[in-house]
Design a protein around this ligand. Structure first.
Ligand code: 13P
Ligand code: SF4
Length: 326
């Protein structure tokens, strides 16, 4: 009979073997299908390591816009893969798990945003990319956390703005640019979970550590932060900053890249309010190596879109891509 220790060892060996199998099959299928694998920084480390492009929402949209591949395999969440499909309506876009949604996108249905819009005539709608294709189709410009400030600064002061769906990013950008915007009250279930009290305790324990936060965090966390930025901006900051210790208030998937870029620095996850793993994005973590392999092997699940929505949603995304270059 196997002891518990031996059983655990055997399971680990089986897992390692299946991991090797999935990775070699994914690489083989990539060539066979002429596919490009795009992965977000919140994906599990093994997925990040086999991606052709890894990035934040803007970098992944730019990679999707430029690709010559026939198939886009998206290791991220639904709105990211949908953006890739809007930019490439004739390509096959695969997402390993169609349930990989986003609380921000789910909290802003198009019919309710329409009612909201109706209350504010004369306003343009700037939507954070974390929204559905239907919401993009009724927006004037899309933005991400890495270009929101740049985009909003290009809008004439006299133009009134509705910003949807993230109230935390909206409030933060509003403060930075001095623009008064009407905010849709959505939030990210991951970034609203960080505890200011526990973060302050951590700061006392690690007085030299810099607190770095994603702008989706609540205002009280942002107010205590040494640096605020998108996932790629956080990576640039830890690389350039002379500090050796950082408290990281965003989804912990990014620690994999941080540790790769700066192996000698220390990265501490900002703690959530409850004793839970709720700082992990449950949607991002639905993707696994196995599902990635299966979606490529079976060419499903794929992202499909209504033609009219695709055409309408394309305009504000293209506007974002143009305005990001300025
Ligand atoms: P970034 O564009 O900063 O990577 O953000 C994506 C996201 O979903 C953050 O929760
Ligand atoms: Fe959406 Fe938050 Fe997950 Fe990002 S971390 S995908 S904003 S739920």
């Amino acid at each position: 009979m196997l002891t518990i220790k031996n059983k655990a060892l055997k399971n680990k060996q089986v897992n390692e073997k299946s991991k090797e199998f999935f990775i070699s099959e994914i690489n083989r299928l990539k060539k066979e299908m002429n596919a490009v694998l795009l992965a977000h920084f919140y994906q599990e480390p093994d997925i990040q390591d086999i991606a052709d492009h890894i990035g934040d929402s803007l970098q992944l949209a730019q990679a999707a816009e430029k690709t010559n591949a026939d198939v886009i395999v998206f290791a991220g969440v639904h709105f990211m893969a949908e953006t890739a499909k809007i930019l490439n309506p004739d390509k096959l876009v695969l997402l390993p798990d169609l349930n990989a949604g986003c609380s921000l996108a789910e909290g802003c249905p198009a019919n309710l945003l329409q009612k909201f819009k109706d209350k504010y005539p004369g306003h343009i709608v700037i939507s954070y990319i974390n929204c559905s294709a239907e919401v993009k189709a009724m927006s004037d410009i899309i933005c991400t956390s890495s270009n929101a400030e740049k985009i909003i600064s290009q809008i004439p002061m006299s133009q009134k703005i509705i910003f949807a769906p993230d109230k935390n990013l909206g409030r933060y950008i509003s403060k930075k640019t001095g623009r008064d915007m009407v905010l849709w009250h959505g939030s990210c279930i991951v970034h609203e979970t960080f505890s200011e009290k526990k973060i302050l305790e951590l700061k006392l324990e690690h007085p030299k550590a810099k607190l770095i936060s994603h702008p989706e965090c609540e205002e009280n966390v942002l107010n205590n932060s040494d640096f605020i930025g998108s996932t790629s901006a956080l990576l640039n900051y830890i690389k350039a900053n002379e500090s050796n210790e950082f408290i990281v208030a965003t989804e912990p998937g990014i620690l994999h890249q941080m540790e790769k870029i700066c192996p000698d620095k220390v990265f501490i996850q900002a703690p959530p309010e409850a004793n839970c793993a709720c700082n992990e994005c449950p949607y991002m973590k639905l993707n696994t190596l196995e599902k990635l392999y299966l979606c490529m092997k079976n060419k499903t699940p794929e992202i499909t879109l209504d033609n009219e929505i695709q055409l309408k949603a394309l305009k504000p995304i293209q506007k974002m891509l143009e305005m990001s270059k300025k």
